[in-house]
Design a protein around this ligand. Structure first.
Ligand SMILES: Cc1cc2nc3c(=O)[nH]c(=O)nc-3n(C[C@H](O)[C@H](O)[C@H](O)COP(=O)(O)OP(=O)(O)OC[C@H]3O[C@@H](n4cnc5c(N)ncnc54)[C@H](O)[C@@H]3O)c2cc1C
Length: 283
C-alpha cells in the first residue's frame, strides 16, 4: 500500500513491489491495482424501517492485519439473514430486526477502536485519548459478545470479546465447538446449527419442552439430546464448554449464537423455555 497518492505506470509498480520484497530475481505478475480513500467511519444507524446497511456501506475500516474489513461485513449479513427470513415468514415480529443494529454496530465500533489500538494505525489517532488495550485477534474474529433483545442473560460484567477458549457458553457468544458423534458419523456440535433454533441438554426431559414451546410459538426448534442423539468424545466436554449442569439446557440461535441457557432444570421447563424462546425469537 502506498500512501503518497501518486499514479504509477506498470514499470514503476513493478519497481515498488521489488523494493518491498527486497529481491529483483523473482517473476512478478500484476493482477490488479486500485485507488481508494482510507477511511474509518461507522454509520449512525445500520437500519431504518425496511432498509439495512451491511458491509462497507455500514462501516469503513482501514485495512489492517487482522482482516476486520470484509469479515465484519460478512458477519453483518450472517447476523441479518436469519432475522429477515424469520420476519418475512411471519415467525418473528419485525422488532427482531432491531437487534441487527443493537448487535452489529457495537462490533463495528469495537473493531474501529481496536484498529487504532494497533501499531499500524496508532499514529493516526488524534482524539487526545490513549489507545484502547489491544484485544487478541482471535477474540475479535471469533469471540465477540452480542447484547440485544435476541439474547437473554449476557451479563453486564462480561467483556465485549474474549478468545473462544476463554468463554464457556455465555448467552451472546458463539456456541462452542465440541467433538461429538452420532450413531453413524463424527461431527462437531457446530454442525447441528445454522438452520433453525436448537436446544441442547443432557436431560431428555427437555425434548417435550422443546416440542411444546416450538408448537405454541410456531418457531422451528429442535431438541438434541447430548449423550443420546449425539455423544461427545469426552463426557465432561459438553458441560464445561457450554457451562451448564446435567439437567440444564442451552438454546442456540439459527446463526449459531447462544440465545439463552439455564444452568439447571427449572420447576416448569415448558413454561420457562416457552418464555425464553418467545423473547429471543420475538415470536
Ligand atoms: C487494500 C485493501 C485491502 C483489504 N484487505 C482486507 C483483508 O485482508 N481482509 C478483510 O477482511 N478486508 C480487507 N479489506 C476490506 C474489504 O475489501 C472490504 O471491507 C469489503 O470489500 C467490503 O465489502 P462490501 O461488499 O461491503 O463492499 P464492496 O466490496 O465495496 O462492494 C460494493 C459493490 O457495490 C458496487 N456498487 C456501488 N454502487 C453501486 C450502484 N449504485 N449500483 C450497483 N452496484 C454498485 C461496487 O462496484 C462494488 O462492487 C481491504 C480493503 C482494501 C481497500
Amino acid at each position: 500500500m502506498l500512501g503518497d497518492d501518486t499514479d504509477r505506470d506498470e514499470a514503476r509498480q513493478r519497481a515498488v513491489v521489488r523494493q518491498a520484497i527486497g529481491r529483483s530475481d523473482l517473476p512478478i505478475e500484476l493482477l490488479a491495482s486500485g485507488r481508494w480513500e482510507l477511511a474509518a467511519s461507522i454509520a449512525d444507524r445500520f437500519g431504518a424501517g425496511r432498509v439495512f446497511l451491511a458491509g462497507d456501506a455500514a462501516h469503513q475500516l482501514p485495512p489492517n492485519r487482522g482482516g476486520f474489513g470484509a469479515n465484519t461485513g460478512i458477519e453483518d449479513a450472517h447476523n441479518l439473514a436469519w432475522k429477515l427470513a424469520a420476519v418475512l415468514a411471519g415467525r418473528s415480529a419485525p422488532r427482531l430486526l432491531e437487534t441487527y443494529d443493537a448487535e452489529r454496530r457495537p462490533i463495528a465500533w469495537l473493531r474501529h477502536e481496536q484498529i487504532f489500538a494497533r501499531a499500524d494505525y496508532k499514529a493516526y489517532l488524534d482524539t487526545g485519548e490513549s489507545p484502547a488495550e489491544v484485544i487478541d485477534d482471535d477474540a475479535i474474529e471469533l469471540g465477540q459478545l452480542y447484547r440485544s433483545a435476541a439474547v437473554h442473560g449476557a451479563g453486564p460484567d462480561l467483556p465485549p470479546a474474549r478468545r473462544p477458549d476463554q468463554w464457556a457458553g455465555q448467552p451472546g457468544t458463539r456456541a462452542p465447538h465440541v467433538e461429538a458423534r452420532t450413531a453413524d458419523r463424527e461431527l462437531s456440535l457446530l454442525d447441528l446449527f445454522q438452520r433453525g433454533w436448537v436446544l441442547l441438554s443432557e436431560d431428555p426431559r427437555w425434548a417435550a419442552a422443546t416440542t411444546c414451546a416450538a408448537g405454541e410459538l410456531g418457531v422451528d426448534a429442535t431438541f438434541v439430546h447430548i449423550g443420546g442423539d449425539v455423544t461427545t468424545r469426552d463426557p465432561r466436554a459438553f458441560r464445561s464448554a457450554y457451562g451448564i449442569e446435567a439437567s440444564g439446557a442451552t438454546l442456540i440461535r439459527p446463526d449459531g449464537y447462544v440465545a439463552w441457557r439455564t444452568l439447571d432444570a427449572p420447576d416448569d421447563p415448558i413454561a420457562t423455555l416457552t418464555g425464553a424462546l418467545r423473547g429471543v425469537a420475538a415470536a
